[in-house]
Design a protein around this ligand. Sequence first.
Ligand SMILES: Nc1ncnc2c1ncn2[C@@H]1O[C@H](COP(=O)(O)OP(=O)(O)O)[C@@H](O)[C@H]1O
Ligand SMILES: [Mg+2]
Length: 498
Amino acid sequence: MSQDKVLSVNNLTINFKTDNGILKAVRDISFDLHRGETLCIVGESGSGKSVTSKAIMGILANNAIIENGNIMYRGENLLEVSEDEFYKIRGHKIGMIFQDPLSSLNPIVRIGKQITEAMLINSDKLKIMYNDLISDDLIHYKNTLAKMNIEIANERKKLDAFIAEIKAKEHVNAQEKADDKKAIQERKLAFKEFEKKTRETYENKAKELKAVLEETEKKAKQQVKEYKEKVTAEHKSRLEELQKKLEAASSEDEKSKAKEAMENEKLEYINKLKLTKAEAKKRAIEVMREVGIPEPEKRFKQYPFEFSGGMRQRIVIAIALTASPEILICDEPTTALDVTIQAQILELINRIKAERNLSCIFITHDLGVVANMADRVAVMYAGKIVEYGTAEEIFYDPKHPYTWALLSSIPDVDSKEKLEAIPGTPPNMIYPPKGDAFAARSRYAMNIDYREEPPMFKVSDTHYAATWLLDSHAPKVEMPKIVSERIRISLEEDRCDE
Ligand SMILES: Nc1ncnc2c1ncn2[C@@H]1O[C@H](COP(=O)(O)OP(=O)(O)O)[C@@H](O)[C@H]1O
Ligand SMILES: [Mg+2]
């Protein structure tokens, strides 16, 4: 498995202001997306999956408050990039497919136009060429600054927490008060010193990288200029040639042929500098074909209502693909579709992912779907990631009682019957429970689960779970029979397949 991270979410915490109080939707989650992999985020409705994906896309509702954390992509914290820059990333480098294809398509605009519109936003080929040429060095430079800011912010947070803790203390006498005051002073000084040192270290490095970047920018500008000049010179000489041909033409037929060739030459020249509507249409039809739309030329001119649900979702996928994104986020893309169509769309996403080497975040409430898609899995409950591991680890060696409950509730392949519904309902996130939020619904809950939040216990280098059951003092408990039985059967089937 590749260890190349394309996206990294760290300590992300998101609240919403509501009339009834502050709702804690996402609580200190961290995960990495690796190149070419699919990370599935799975959890019941309301666990914070969509809020997480919207934060990555920069489309959170207005009442959202980002309490803490960062989302690092190509050396930039997506939570900090300007609206302007984000616009380039959203839908361009990171594409998204939502649950309801209808809401992401405009009902009164022809399908073809909706696909080509997205492409024509970034139509200046010279600009794209320039950006590609400088992109690596730009990332190095920005990475350094971002790292510096994060390190300083983390240290400042520690300082703030230290001060808050002391301020909350009840002082018994003046001496203690004075000591604490002194301690705060010292911590502040130490922070200042840390900040200064960190800045110095990083700024020196940043300076070097900036010099490299400026050099690259200069070269890139020159390269783009030379390309344009070369293309233009070639165009001129070809036009002149054709002009001569036209003048020398002895018949009407030859004349019109030369004229046509001249028109074509002009079009081709424009095509080299910028993406034209005609070219966009050609590409749109190619992508429609790629996502399995029959007769794309005909379909290009139709409206969304003329498509079935599955076909509409294919169109949405096509739109996301036209920008050649690096990351694809799919938020319950098949929930609104019936089962057979669901399977086809999942297959399509898997195929495209492999062909284009995309990195994919796939969100679903259905562990059954996860089994077909995931390389890695993050199980979310009440705004937290409670278990995180490779698909194999989550399916064959699950550790968290919530993951067990989810696994027990997957419908049986043969009977299609849900084996065991998870008892109770998720908590009200305005008042998230203390300790392990799943305790109230778990038959494995211990006293400590109601008092103290479990840390992420390490199971392996790639597998973590936040449950006190992994503490060395915890009694040994076995996962539910229904889960271990299934694992046993499926391992046996695997063995038979081999
Ligand atoms: N704009 C909003 N204002 C208030 N609460 C919200 C808002 N958006 C989402 N929430 C709440 O955040 C929590 C997580 O929601 P969401 O991420 O949509 O869940 P899911 O895992 O089903 O996708 C839920 O309790 C939801 O009600
Ligand atoms: Mg959702």
